[in-house]
Design a binder for this molecule. Structure first.
Ligand SMILES: [Zn+2]
Length: 191
């Protein structure tokens, strides 16, 4: 734990001290322009991989960046992001090398993870219709299909659907992050 507290002291003395005005401004109120729905994976930290600062991205993360209709946590995040923060863009960001997606494909015994991943079953069904893929291609395709599926789920949630019908926002985007080279690519978008 000490390592992380020491890191915080470096942050306070460096980044925070050097940008007092910025941190004062964001301490008063936040105006993030992006809602990020991503994977909990420790290697996919939204602020770091987009080189952005505190105050810029509103974040929701779970295993395999899943959008579940009965997830009260996500629904509250969406309600706040859309009604109060009026965030214009929502990203569903998956990543290659996702352990959740590997577990979806391989099947595992852990009951809670298995139950959670059932929400992505449609993506697995889609990929299973494609033959002749190498294991790497299959994994990447499954990651991408899962992003498309969750984006579709997102578009069907009433808070999102009603807001989009009423004022054309938020725009929905599917992105994928590559652990090998640090790059983000667009998979799909619904403007
Ligand atoms: Zn993941």
């Amino acid at each position: 734990m000490e390592r992380f507290l020491a890191g915080n002291r470096r942050f306070v003395q460096g980044e925070f001290a050097n940008n007092r005005e910025y941190y004062y401004k964001v301490s008063l109120e936040q105006h993030p322009t992006l809602l990020w729905i991503g994977c909990s994976d420790s290697r996919v930290s939204p602020s770091i991989i987009t080189d952005s600062r505190p105050g810029e991205i509103f974040v929701h993360r779970n295993i395999a960046n899943i959008v579940a209709f009965n997830d009260g946590n996500l629904l509250a995040v969406l309600e706040y992001a859309i009604k109060h923060l009026k965030i214009p863009d929502i990203i569903v960001c998956g990543h290659y090398g996702c352990g959740g997606i590997q577990a979806l494909d391989a099947g595992i015994e852990d009951p809670f993870i298995t139950n959670w991943l059932l929400i992505s079953q449609g993506a697995l069904n889609t990929v299973n219709k494609t033959v002749g893929l190498s294991p790497i291609e299959r994994h990447r395709r499954l990651v991408e299909e899962n992003i498309r599926l969750q984006l579709k789920h997102l578009s069907l949630i009433s808070i999102v659907r009603n807001a989009r019908q009423d004022n054309g926002m938020p725009h929905l985007h599917g992105w994928v992050y590559d652990l090998d080279n640090g790059e983000i690519s667009a998979v799909e978008s619904m403007s």
